[in-house]
Design a protein around this ligand. Structure first.
Ligand SMILES: NC(=O)C1=CN([C@@H]2O[C@H](COP(=O)(O)OP(=O)(O)OC[C@H]3O[C@@H](n4cnc5c(N)ncnc54)[C@H](OP(=O)(O)O)[C@@H]3O)[C@@H](O)[C@H]2O)C=CC1
Ligand SMILES: N[C@@H](CC=O)C(=O)O
Ligand code: NA
Length: 430
């Protein structure tokens, strides 16, 4: 029988690119047997030809010219692991317009330009696969698009940024300072080239926008994802969380409601016995609730060279199969509905609120009165005095966010309230 060979053009040879090359080389035989196709990297686009690489490959394979890949009719699959949007979006559109299937790990590009990219893929009957873009090695895109396709998805939420999970784990377990744990995460290759994308919550926002778009069949504009990072989390918040029986995790949360969809990213208190509390280090975990399957959870490494490349390689194999069977583009965009994204004020949660107040009689009563006026009922109150000031830590019952925001506006005006130190949403308990 004739051996089938598919040639690949790799855009980028950094952390993920090297991982992809390594897996394609090291697992060459089993990949060929499973896919029934031999996969060969023909050209690799980089910025610098002289840089020392994490893999050894023939010098002639490297190029700084996109045309060497895009205009080569032998190359059928383009794997984009450059990152960023500029010039990457143009490169990917050029590849699709040349009829090449594209595999990408790039959530920035997919979250912001998904519509344009899918239209180009559909027009040119190409695959556009992006499993590695969300939760690295965890098979979650394919899971939502295919394995759970028979369900109405009700909720998707979880830990979808490895860098911040690594940082929060270290801060919680070792009390290490923010800057030190960020440097460690960068050294391990988890963080984005600009780590503000990780610590500011923007990386997770892109990922939850992608997941929610697939889960709810509606395009979620990134600008409508409420986003808060971990930069305001202090050791005090971590210590209070622990004292109250919680852990702090940066969660991406997407919920279907009759009025629309909630899509948000923020640090979240979750009970210590919640399954997500046990997800430490660079690990990610995604919960999906479907109306038929019930609760499911997917766990694994959300960043790093080989876990991310594992997802890229599986996509390459799928794209290669589709090309050989002459069905590329068979699983395309699923955003066929238009649902409103609810404002953060319209969402419901419980809240942890930490206030610095004057330590004098009547302060707690005045604060409780404001909350009562806004129909925010308090579940627990903790007070710690230091000299003539005190710290008040409150947990509310479940309430609409707007009520809490309104209450905090009024509380800020009270002369006995020195500072609203933090407000963190609480999820994962009745
Ligand atoms: N690292 C991770 O754990 C994960 C990363 N991702 C995503 O994967 C993608 C790649 O990330 P990562 O491998 O970490 O990034 P790196 O910065 O390690 O690598 C980027 C590579 O792209 C090349 N490159 C960048 N811009 C250009 C350009 N304009 N022209 C030619 N070559 C260019 C660089 O070339 P040169 O080497 O010559 O500078 C480098 O080889 C990103 O979209 C990222 O978000 C997704 C999940 C996890
Ligand atoms: N910086 C990201 C890498 C993968 O997307 C993360 O830390 O999760
Ligand atoms: Na994934």
């Amino acid at each position: 029988m004739e051996e089938k060979v598919i040639k690949i053009g790799l855009l980028g040879l950094g952390t993920v690119g090297c991982g992809v090359y390594k897996i394609l080389e090291e697992n060459k035989e089993s990949i060929q047997q499973r896919a029934g196709i031999r996969l060969e990297v023909k050209k690799v686009l980089v910025r610098s030809l002289d840089k020392k690489r994490g893999v050894e490959l023939p010098e002639a394979m490297l190029t700084t010219s996109l045309a060497d890949i895009i205009e080569d009719p032998e190359i059928k699959i383009v794997v984009e692991v450059l990152g960023g949007v500029n010039p990457t979006l143009d490169y990917v559109l050029a590849a699709l317009n040349q009829g090449k299937s594209v595999v990408t790990a790039n959530k920035d590009m997919v979250a912001e330009y998904g519509e344009q990219l899918f239209a180009a893929a559909q027009r040119n009957q190409c695959d556009l696969l992006f499993e590695a873009s969300v939760a690295g090695g965890i098979p979650i895109i394919r899971t939502l698009k295919q394995s759970l396709a028979g369900n109405q998805i009700e909720e998707v939420f979880g830990i979808i940024n490895g860098t911040t999970n690594y940082m929060l784990t270290k801060m919680t377990q070792e009390g290490s300072p923010f800057a030190e744990v960020l440097s460690e995460a960068q050294a391990k290759g988890y963080a984005e080239s600009d780590p503000t994308a990780d610590v500011g919550g923007f990386d997770a926002a892109r990922k939850i926008a992608i997941l929610a778009s697939i889960a709810f069949n509606t395009r979620i504009p990134l600008s409508q994802v409420y986003t808060e990072g971990i930069t305001k989390i202090t050791v005090d918040d971590i210590a209070y969380a622990s004292e109250l029986g919680y852990m702090i995790k940066l969660l991406g949360i997407a919920k279907a409601r009759s009025e629309g969809v909630e899509v948000r990213v923020h640090p979240t208190f979750i009970p210590k016995d919640h399954p997500l509390a046990a997800v430490g280090d660079v690990f990610n975990a995604v919960f999906v609730r479907g109306n038929a399957v019930g609760d499911t959870m997917f766990y694994g490494k959300g960043a790093g060279e080989l876990p991310t490349a594992s997802a890229v390689v599986a996509d390459i194999m799928d794209a290669a199969r589709d090309i050989v069977r002459n069905v590329p583009g068979i699983i395309g965009c699923t955003c066929f509905e238009k649902k409103p994204v609810l404002d953060i004020g319209e969402t419901f949660s419980k809240y942890y609120i930490r206030l610095k107040v004057a330590d004098k009689p009547g302060v707690l009563a005045s604060i409780a009165l404001v909350f009562g006026n806004k129909e925010v009922s308090l579940k627990s109150v903790l007070q710690k005095a230091t000299d003539n000031t005190a710290e008040l830590v409150l947990i509310t019952h479940r309430v609409q966010e707007q009520n809490v925001q309104d209450a905090l506006m009024d509380i800020k005006q009270l002369s006995s309230v020195l500072e609203i130190a933090n407000m963190i949403r609480v999820e994962g308990e009745e």
